[in-house]
Design a protein around this ligand. Structure first.
Ligand code: UTP
Length: 290
């Protein structure tokens, strides 16, 4: 089985980023020169994904519009001989086939994934969270698809976190598997209280899931925070068949968190082909005066 589709849930309320997210989806906040969500879609495209399924909610139409064809804008830019800008704008709408489904109530990430069941169908699919950015040589999603091609089982991406941070993540417990950076999942727990796990393997916003997850989500009841948790469904799936945790190569930024967002701007600003050099010099000046 081959991974062709990617689900990007963007239906959350973004309360950690209020007041900025009162009227603007957090996925539309800009990192250097493009919204966060565009980096995520570009990662999926670079990983060979053929269709993206956005899970949206009320107030998120700016995301759909960003990837839509804008006849008026393109005509205006051409009339002003701004062909480079026109090319950039039209490139976004031609990136990939995007469909969207609505999550009518914010009942949790597990519920958001469940709403895509009829569009995904009976095949494995990638999940990329709309506010989780990964900077890496090989796209994180591609790294995971390569592993899936080999193992044909569900995979969660993980990063190491400190003991104090485990309470903010879904945590995986497991043993090293044969392949590099790969672990066989034995147990998973959503946001464990300090001292209740010895593992430092935190799940981040990249997954490859087998379609069996939908039947499990059908029966998953609300868990931590009263939400239908993807982690609970993943634990059930890992009891039915093998599941792997993959320590991806790269750096991940939680752009849905204020500090994570600032770190992402610095990291992506430094790598920017046009602005990177000047930005680096500026940061050195700032650091010298701290
Ligand atoms: P978060 O945990 O970041 O929640 O969701 P949130 O509501 O977006 O933001 P905060 O915590 O209130 O600031 C992780 C991912 O799951 C999606 C979010 O859009 C985000 O990409 N999500 C979450 C949904 O699509 N639906 C939900 O009901 C919950």
């Amino acid at each position: 089985m081959r991974v062709r589709k990617a689900v990007i849930p963007v239906a959350g309320l973004g309360t950690r980023f209020l007041p900025a997210t009162k009227a603007i989806p957090k996925e539309m906040l800009t990192i250097v020169d493009r919204p966060t969500i565009q980096y995520i879609v570009e990662e999926a495209v670079a990983s060979g994904i053929e269709q993206i399924i956005l899970v949206t909610s009320q107030g998120k139409s700016a995301i759909e519009n960003h990837f839509d064809y804008d006849f008026q804008l393109e005509t205006f830019l051409k009339a002003k001989n701004k062909f480079d800008l026109c090319e950039e704008v039209s490139h976004i709408s031609n990136l990939i086939d995007i469909v969207s489904v609505r999550q009518k109530k914010p009942l949790g990430l597990g519920h958001a994934i469940w709403t895509t069941r009829n569009v995904v169908g009976n095949e494995p699919f990638a999940v990329l969270l709309g506010d989780d950015l990964v900077q890496s040589h090989k796209p994180c999603c591609q790294q995971m698809i390569d592993l899936f091609d080999d193992v044909q089982e569900s995979i969660v991406a993980i990063q190491r976190v400190s003991k104090e941070q485990t309470r903010n993540y879904g945590i995986v417990e497991g043993e090293p598997a044969e392949r590099p950076r790969t672990f066989k999942v034995e147990r998973m727990v959503e946001k464990p209280a300090p001292g209740t796990t010895n593992s430092d393997m935190a799940i981040i916003g990249r997954y490859i899931l087998r379609p069996e997850i939908f039947d499990i989500l059908d029966k998953t009841t609300p868990g931590h925070g009263g939400e239908i948790q993807l982690t609970d469904a993943l634990l059930a799936l890992s009891r039915q068949r093998s599941m792997f945790a993959y320590e991806f190569e790269g750096t991940r930024f939680d752009a849905g968190d204020k500090l994570g967002y600032l770190k992402a701007i610095v990291a992506f600003g430094l790598r920017h082909t046009v602005l990177g050099g000047d930005f680096r010099r500026h940061l050195k000046e700032v650091a010298a005066n701290l």
